[in-house]
Design a protein around this ligand. Structure first.
Ligand SMILES: Nc1ncnc2c1ncn2[C@@H]1O[C@H](COP(=O)(O)OP(=O)(O)O)[C@@H](O)[C@H]1O
Ligand SMILES: [Mg+2]
Length: 376
C-alpha cells in the first residue's frame, strides 16, 4: 500500500480540510461583519488569525479587499495596493470614471503578465497629496460598495501601519469612520501596540470596532482532529495525538508542525519495519524539529543579552506566573526592573507569550533546544 499523503500543513494560511474548529469564532465574527460593526482581532503570531479571517470572508461570499500591512512599505504603497485590489473586484469602466475625479490622477496600466490593471502615481509628492490619495482611494471603495453586498476590507497585521509615518493612523481613522458600506477587519499580533491603538481613550482607533482576542484551539477539539487523521495509520491514534498536544501545548502552528513530522516518522518507521509506539514517535519527531532549527535557535540565542538568556532558561523549564523575588533569585536576576523589561521585550518580539496562566516560550522546540544544549 502506498503511504497516504501527509494531511497536516503549517507555515501558510490554512483553509478547507486543513482548517479545524473555530466554530464559535466563525459564528460570532461573521455576525459582527453582518452588522454595522467593525472587527478588531488580536492574537499571538501563528495562532490562526489570517486563516480564520480568510475562512470567514470566503464563506461570506462578499467582495473582499485583503491587505497584509507587514508587506506594505509606505502610506503611498498602502493606497496603491488598495486601489489595485479594488480594480480586481469591480468593473473597470465604472472605476475608471470615478478615478478621474481624484485630486491626484493616477496612471492606469495593464500588467502584461497578470493581465491585471495596475495603478501608479507619478511626480513628486508632499504629505498633503499623499493624504489626498489615501482619502480618495478609501472613499472610492465606499462608493463602489453596495449596501446589499457590502465590501469587507481586511488590514492584517494592522500595527505595522504605525511605521508609515506619524499621522497615518489618524488620517485613516478620520476617513473610514464615515463609511457606511464597508466592514473593516483589523488584526494584529503585537498585543501592546494594538492595545495602545484601540483601547486607550486618546488613541486614534478608540472604540472603532468590536475588539476580540483569539486564543488557542481548544485541546479536546484539536485532539479529535489529530486522532481522526492519524487513525488511518496508527492504532493508538489518540495516544499519539495526546503526546503531540502535550509537547506543543495546543499551539495551532506548532501542533500542525509536529503532527506533520510525526506522520513522516511513522512513514520511515513503517518502511524500516520498526515499532511505532506513540510516545517514541512524538519524541523522535520533536527531536528532529529541534535539530532542524538548530541554526535559527543558535542565531537567536547569540543575539541575546544575559538577562534574556537567564529568563529563557528559566522559562524552558516551564511557564511562570509572574515575576516575584523567589523567582528572581532562582534565575540569578537581581533587579526586578531589568527582568521586567526583558520580559516585555521578549513578549513584544513574540518569543514569549503571555496568557491567563502566565508567561511561556512560544516555540516548544526552542524550549527543548535550550534544555538540550544545557544538558549536552
Ligand atoms: N483553525 C486551524 N486549524 C488547523 N490549523 C491551524 C488553524 N489555524 C491556524 N493553524 C495553523 O497555524 C498556522 C498559522 O496560521 P495563520 O493563520 O498564518 O496564523 P496568524 O495569522 O495568527 O499568524 C497555520 O499554517 C496552521 O498550521
Ligand atoms: Mg497572519
Amino acid at each position: 500500500m502506498r503511504f497516504p499523503k501527509n494531511p497536516f500543513k503549517f507555515g501558510t494560511v490554512v483553509q478547507g480540510d486543513f482548517f479545524t474548529n473555530r466554530t464559535a469564532e466563525i459564528q460570532e465574527f461573521s455576525s459582527i461583519l453582518n452588522s454595522e460593526n467593525h472587527l478588531i482581532l488580536i492574537g499571538p503570531r501563528r495562532f490562526g488569525k489570517t486563516s480564520l479571517i480568510r475562512t470567514i470572508t470566503a464563506q461570506s461570499g462578499r467582495p473582499v479587499v485583503y491587505l497584509d500591512a507587514l508587506m506594505l512599505t509606505s502610506a503611498e504603497d498602502f493606497s496603491v495596493q488598495f486601489l489595485n485590489k479594488l480594480f480586481r473586484l469591480y468593473p473597470f469602466e465604472r472605476i475608471k470614471n470615478m478615478v478621474k475625479q481624484f485630486r491626484l490622477t493616477p496612471t492606469l496600466s495593464m500588467n502584461p503578465l497578470s493581465g491585471e490593471v495596475e495603478v501608479s502615481f507619478s511626480g513628486s509628492k508632499s504629505e498633503a497629496t499623499e493624504n489626498y490619495v489615501l482619502e480618495d482611494a478609501l472613499n472610492l471603495a465606499e462608493k463602489l460598495s453596495r449596501p446589499d453586498r457590502k465590501l469587507i476590507v481586511v488590514i492584517d497585521e494592522f500595527q505595522e501601519v504605525m511605521n508609515f509615518g506619524s499621522g497615518f493612523d489618524r488620517q485613516l481613522r478620520s476617513v473610514i469612520q464615515h463609511h457606511q458600506n464597508i466592514n473593516y477587519v483589523l488584526t494584529g499580533s503585537q498585543e501592546s501596540l494594538m492595545r495602545s491603538l484601540f483601547e486607550q481613550k486618546k488613541a486614534p482607533f478608540y472604540h472603532f470596532g468590536m475588539l476580540r482576542y483569539l486564543g488557542k484551539i481548544p485541546h479536546d477539539e484539536f485532539l479529535e482532529y489529530l486522532s481522526s487523521r492519524f487513525s488511518t495509520l496508527q492504532t493508538e491514534a489518540q495516544v499519539l495525538a495526546e503526546a503531540i498536544l502535550q509537547i506543543t501545548g495546543a499551539h495551532p502552528y506548532y501542533t500542525q508542525q509536529l503532527a506533520w513530522q510525526c506522520w513522516e516518522v511513522l512513514r520511515l518507521r513503517r518502511e524500516e519495519g520498526l515499532a511505532t509506539l506513540p510516545d517514541e514517535v512524538a519524541t523522535e519527531a520533536a527531536e528532529k524539529l529541534t535539530i532542524v532549527h538548530d541554526l535559527d535557535f543558535d542565531r537567536l540565542w547569540n543575539g541575546m543579552g544575559t538577562t534574556d538568556r537567564k529568563l529563557l532558561t528559566r522559562l524552558s523549564e516551564g511557564p511562570i506566573e509572574a515575576l516575584n523575588s523567589m523567582l528572581l533569585t532562582q534565575t540569578g536576576l537581581s533587579a526586578v526592573s531589568t527582568a521586567h523589561s526583558a520580559l516585555k521585550r521578549l513578549s513584544e518580539s513574540g518569543i514569549v507569550i503571555k496568557s491567563n496562566s502566565g508567561y511561556f516560550i512560544d516555540d516548544p522546540f526552542f524550549s527543548r533546544w535550550i534544555q538540550r544544549k544545557r544538558r549536552a
